[in-house]
Design a protein around this ligand. Structure first.
Ligand code: F3S
Length: 395
């Protein structure tokens, strides 16, 4: 891989050991994947934030980096942490877990990382532009950035994202290159997609079939919102490893693609029905959790409208970023949800928080991604349905 004089100097340790280590990591990655050079990135999103995922070794690594003066050089956000960073006590997160989580957040902050923990950084102040190169980690954020915004990122691991944040660069390979962004398979959606959960179910079904290929969707509803597309992409990235998709008339690069010779998959009502059946492993939820990926203000308002003046029989969380929570506070949505007995939980989500040690065994969700991960990561049975139906169920 070609390195500039400045990059060579970093690799030779002239800018300190932290940068040298980071450059070594990125050049190794570039060599493995056949990158021709390094390219500058506009922003970074780092995963491996929850104490539940990184544990003591991850915490020690981050504190060590911070103590050695590691500092990011571009706008860098974080993936969800393991708890609400402000209201953790009130919500019932364990004290020892919280202590470790706060140590991790401090280490990130010392490195100059914006302590905004969300998988929807594009809704919270980190919005890349069309064709901008970025280095993001969380799979749904990667899918959204590549597909809906048409920025360019591979799915970075925690260490490679941190290295990109410190150096402001990433190796030029994979989805940074035009030739790797073409669709591999045509998905003809021949059935009605009606609800938020239908988008999750469709994504889950297609992710299983195409794995890491790039699908091109035909037949998605014209009224699909960015929230629907974030659900679709999240589910595909979870059941498969889809990091980019195109959707006719909905995503910016779709009209540039030639789909005439692609293999075709048709999705019908039966496929969606079978997916609901596969994802539903529980009967009555102990808790209902929305906001996977993190809820937008529109998602939060939808829940607030549904529960206004009512009383929930079971706990209900809406997970979101701190920024959306603050907007929801200001709009009165938080009060409405809390008066009904629910909560807006910021900075974390149902998968990376320790819900299994908080007394919950069956979780209701409308997200194909959450339904995929809750059984394995959180030992939960799942009730998978639309936001409207799940709220009805716990009223
Ligand atoms: Fe985000 Fe957590 Fe879902 S990171 S995409 S809310 S599993």
């Amino acid at each position: 891989m070609y390195l500039s004089k400045e990059e060579e100097a970093i690799l030779e340790g002239e800018k300190g050991t932290v940068k040298e280590k980071m450059m070594r990591l990125l050049t190794r990655l570039g060599d493995i994947y056949g990158a021709d050079k390094m390219i500058p990135v506009g922003s970074v999103q780092v995963s491996g934030v929850s104490y539940k995922s990184v544990g003591d070794p991850g915490m020690a690594f981050l504190e060590d980096m911070a103590s050695k003066g590691a500092e990011v050089s571009v706008l860098t956000f974080l993936n969800p942490a393991g708890m609400d960073l402000e209201d953790w006590k009130e919500i019932g997160f364990p004290e020892d877990f919280a202590e470790n989580q706060l140590r991790i957040m401090n280490a990130f902050k010392e490195m100059g990382i914006v302590v905004t923990s969300t998988c929807t950084p594009y809704l919270a102040g980190n919005l890349p532009r069309f064709r901008e190169h970025i280095a993001w980690s969380e799979s749904s954020a990667v899918s959204f950035a590549n597909s809906v915004i048409s920025a360019r990122t591979n799915r970075e691991g925690g260490p490679s994202a941190l290295a990109a944040a410190i150096l402001g660069k990433t190796p030029n390979y994979g989805l940074h290159l035009d030739e790797n962004r073409k669709p591999d398979v045509l998905v003809d959606v021949s059935c009605d997609i009606r609800s938020d959960a239908d988008f999750g179910a469709l994504g889950w079904h297609i992710g299983k079939l195409v794995e890491s290929d790039i699908p091109y969707f035909k037949g998605l509803p014209e009224w699909s919102t960015t929230d629907d597309l974030k659900s679709l992409g999240a589910a595909m990235a979870a059941s498969g490893a889809v990091a980019l998709y195109h959707a006719e008339n909905l995503t910016p690069e779709a009209h540039l693609q030639d789909v005439s010779d692609l293999e075709k998959i048709t999705v019908d009502e039966e496929d969606i029905k079978d997916t609901y059946a596969a994802l539903n492993t529980g009967d009555e939820p102990d808790i209902v959790i929305f906001g996977c990926p993190h809820a937008s203000l529109r998602d939060i308002k939808k829940v607030a409208d549904q529960v206004k003046g009512k009383s929930l029989k079971k706990p209900m969380w809406v997970c979101t970023s701190r920024m959306m929570k603050e907007a929801a506070d200001r709009m009165g949505y938080t009060d409405i949800i809390e008066e009904a007995g629910g909560r807006i939980v910021a900075d974390t989500c149902m998968v990376v928080s320790p819900i299994e040690s908080m007394g919950y065994g069956i979780t209701g969700c409308s997200s194909g991604k959450a339904a995929q991960y809750l059984p394995g990561f959180c030992k939960q049975s799942v009730v998978f349905d639309s936001v409207d139906s799940l709220i009805e169920e716990v009223l």
